[in-house]
Design a protein around this ligand. Structure first.
Ligand code: NAD
Ligand code: MN
Length: 495
């Protein structure tokens, strides 16, 4: 029996005003319905926004460290329910149980980090240029924030956004991806249990076009935090920009790992297997391009293909499975299309490239891990985000050519270099056009207390994670206190 979920608006679990619902199925077994969810309308979103606005007027007055204590409680409850959440996540979007445990852990870390930040939220003071006058700054909440998230990190990404937003004194309306609504609902349930007051957190299920766009267009939502595709990010930026909203965008990636001739090849191999095929390649930081120095190219490809062919596909609840299904049928089609495109463009497919014929996998949206070699920079499989288990390999002649290849992308999220040469490692740190660079590690593996985000079309300059996201969710206020008892005119009376 599928569970029935409701919106959470102003402290109550409620159906959509449309009375309509949508269902969510297990991508490893599409006969299994995971849950049934309200298909919400603009009016539902409007009610949630109104509730958030009203609640925020009081929430802003609660001392930040008190808000932080609730975050600690959220973290404690997530620890208790970690396994339950992880299992639900695997059923809901397919990634293997070890990774879904990691996803929940990232949320736990983010909750505890929020408690810490609630006692910091540092602001600065400096001397005034006039006598008997003080000048300092403080940080205040923005108001209502709209939270719009993708399906690939169904707990972690919403926590990256909601926990700092709420800790800073904002109220949120959260619209999770339609592929992972259940995880979003459980997370909100935990937040309410931990004591986040009514109206401060609201969840409204439904489509991006209806509910998501309403958050972007409603004048009472002053900040939007969005993670998803670059195409949708551009629409949101344009629409929200008309009202001069604060908008944080975390978008696509086409991340590369560069392996130099002096690299530890075993290490580089473990890295690329995890980077390219973890989460079935459906990570914004997934390794989608591999740049191999010519002197190790042939050997490395041979080592890699042997390991890729051994990766075990299946239902992610089975602890021995390494690669789960794709999130849905459309994604499976897209991956298959990209494999055809790669072949037509003249790249050579050395493994994978099809839907597995194993009858045990017939009820899921599986795809064989795929590797292309001889990939040229002009090819679509080199340039476009595929978001699946497809790795494009190019041969490079030098470090400089590797940097050029790596930077030849509209995106700039994560990057990696494997080398023993400290000079090349530091050059990579300086020259890779990416928000994140790993040295002797794969392109994935961000930690919650560091800034996360990318350059170029991966975002619009904001960073999630760490202390930086607390800047996004607060407004600076500058305060001047004149205790001279007379009018003192800055720039005039002191010159
Ligand atoms: P998506 O852009 O299709 O959807 C993301 C969210 O936006 C969903 O909740 C969706 O319902 C909503 N949405 C869709 N249209 C909308 C509209 N017109 N107005 C408002 N909201 C709308 O992305 P997806 O398929 O869910 O996720 C995959 C994409 O997300 C990939 O491109 C991936 O790179 C990116 N991603 C980026 C990061 C990062 O941090 N950079 C992390 C994870 C995923
Ligand atoms: Mn699903």
């Amino acid at each position: 029996m599928a569970d029935i979920y409701k919106n959470y608006i102003n402290g109550e679990w409620v159906d959509s005003s449309s009375g309509e619902t949508f269902e969510n199925r297990n991508p490893a077994n599409h006969d299994e319905v995971v849950g049934i969810f309200p298909k919400s309308t603009q009016e539902d979103a409007d009610r949630a926004i109104a509730a958030a606005k009203e609640a925020q007027a009081k929430w802003r007055l609660v001392p930040a460290p008190e808000r932080g204590k609730i975050m600690r409680k959220v973290g404690d409850l997530m620890v208790q329910r970690k396994e339950e959440l992880a299992r639900l996540m695997t059923r809901e979007m397919g990634k293997v149980i070890n990774e879904t445990r990691g996803d929940v852990q990232e949320g736990i870390d983010t909750a505890y980090y929020a408690e810490g930040e609630s006692r910091r939220l540092f602001a600065e003071a400096a001397p005034s240029e006039l006598p008997n006058k003080w000048a300092f700054t403080t940080r205040l909440p923005i108001g209502v924030a709209g939270i719009i998230t993708p399906w690939n990190f169904p707990v972690a990404i919403p926590t990256w956004k909601m926990f700092p937003a709420i800790t800073c004194g904002n109220a949120v309306v959260f619209k999770p991806a339609t592929d992972t609504p259940a995880c979003g609902g459980k997370l909100v349930e935990i937040m309410t249990e931990a004591g986040v007051p009514k109206g401060v957190v609201n969840i409204v299920y439904g489509s991006g076009r209806t509910v998501g766009m309403r958050l972007v267009e409603h004048p009472d939502v002053r900040a939007i935090s969005f993670t998803g595709s670059s195409d949708i990010g551009k629409i949101i930026n344009a629409k929200g920009g008309q009202q001069l909203k604060r908008i944080s965008l975390e978008l696509g990636g086409k991340n590369a790992q560069l392996v130099m001739d002096d690299a530890n090849l075993e290490l580089a191999l473990d890295g690329v297997l995890w980077g390219a095929f973890g989460t079935t390649g459906q990570r914004c930081t997934a390794t989608s391009r591999l740049l191999l120095h010519k002197d190790i190219h042939d050997k490395f490809v041979e080592m890699l293909v042997e390991r890729v062919n051994k990766l075990k596909l299946g239902n992610g609840l089975d602890e021995s499975v390494e690669v789960g299904p794709l999130v849905n049928e459309a994604q499976q089609k897209t991956i298959d299309e990209y494999c055809s495109i790669g072949k037509e463009e003249g790249a050579e497919m050395v493994c994978g490239g099809k839907i597995p014929d194993d009858p045990e996998l017939a009820k899921g949206w599986f795809y064989k891990p795929t590797v292309f070699i001889n990939v040229k920079r002009t090819m679509r499989i080199f340039q476009e985000e595929i978001f699946g288990p497809v790795l494009s390999i190019s041969k490079i002649n030098s470090f400089e050519e590797g940097v050029e290849h790596l930077n030849d992308s509209v995106y700039g999220l994560s990057s990696s270099i494997y080398t023993q040469d400290i000079n090349n490692a530091f050059r990579a740190i300086r020259d890779f056009q990416a928000g994140i660079t790993y040295v002797n590690g794969p392109t994935i593996g961000a930690e919650c207390h560091f800034p996360f985000g990318g350059v170029k079309e991966t975002g619009n300059g904001h960073r999630e994670g760490g202390w930086t996201v607390y800047d996004f969710f607060t407004e600076w206020k500058t305060i001047y206190v004149d205790f001279s008892g007379k009018l003192q005119r800055a720039q005039i009376d002191n010159y």
